[in-house]
Ligand binder design. Sequence first.
Ligand code: GUN
Ligand code: FE
Length: 456
Amino acid sequence: MAQIFFGRFVHSVSLKELEICEHGGIGVDERGKIVFVERNVKDVQVLLEKPGWENAKVVRIFANSFMFPGFIDTHIHASQYPNAGIFGSSTLLDWLNTYTFPLESKFQELDVARTVYNRVVSRTLANGTTTASYYATIHVPSTNLLADICLARGQRAFVGRVCMDQNAPDYYRDETVDEVISATRQCIDHIKKIDPEHQLVTPIITPRFAPSCTRQCLDRLGELHKETNLPVQTHISENKGEIQFVKELFPDSTSYADVYEKSGLLTEKMILAHAVHLTEDEKALIKKRDAKISHCPASNTALTSGTAKVRQLVDAGITVSLGTDVSGGFSASILESARQAIWVSRFVAMEGGDDNKLSVAEVLYLATRGGAKTVGLEDQIGGFEVGKDWDVQMINLGEVDEGSEGIKDYTSPVDIFGWESQDNVVAKWLYSGDDRNVVAVWVKGKLVHTTSRYSL
Ligand code: GUN
Ligand code: FE
């Protein structure tokens, strides 16, 4: 059914600028596509008089609320969700062996996958994530189950079967390169079967990272990428020990980025997570190939990997987006990643100058438009324009409910003195909001998450 969303909307119009439209009216057709975006609409009746819109369902945005594009998490390990918050004082390579490989190996059991993947999709949707680029594990059946769950729950997703044929424990790795390719193909075929046009779920080729893949494995995945034109995701330059290890493993490559380049993987369809310690040459190469970066600030701090210099990456013309990197990152919320991105940029600024500070508008751009570009869907998601899909969260600020359960206040109080600018309102959401502010979430026009405070 066609729908008209009536009320305040907020979205990024450029890296540095948010549009805050007080009286918006947005028409969404049966396919979930935006057909009109009107501003300064005083009365929704005017929109209902448009030819063909007489019977549209009107969704009124609550008081103290706004529509915001759904978040795009460009790097999350669905299988690691049970370990969110468990990392001790480890760093990347010992964290993988101590916490991560033992957990991921459990996804041999389909019941484990069913429980965890349902939970992770619930949690990300509840946090306003309408698109996620997931790593599963090496197991084909449970990876396919993740794809099934995303499709059934209505979350837009990229689902990757993890590939690793070296430097992983015997109990959890691919034996041969042929196995890597045939397992990856099985996952690609499954997703083609359940969602033939990849309207919602798309396979993504997933070499875990250079240290866990032989050159032959990377080459074959590069060929598969060329053959299928499917996107690719991996990690790059996260930790200094890891970078040293890559140098030793790939002596013929001039840099970490060059390892991927030499296998034909570094293309505009590649998502590179972390990119904390890139050299100038690597930045230039990544820019030249138009590969995209997923900034994972919470994880980089948790595993003491370092501080990614986002301002430099953006100034170099590289597309940057945000990832939660669960469970290197402890939270499945992109709002939390956005906050952490600002925080990390403050630490970079204290050493390297004020220009490094990211603003509220900038991190919200990375969380939406940057994410859309990173997953190759900038024409389809990330903002409110005619032709885009309705992938949206309704944010309710500081709802005060003085009912039987006492006063519930989901952010700091909303403008009790009447002196706050619209920008202040968005900043308060960013700094003090959480999943309780997300009252409804739509993907392709379909309601996929609500709280009890939202009724149809
Ligand atoms: N590098 C290789 N595997 C991983 C992983 O699972 N998480 C993070 N943060 N880095 C990695
Ligand atoms: Fe990761």
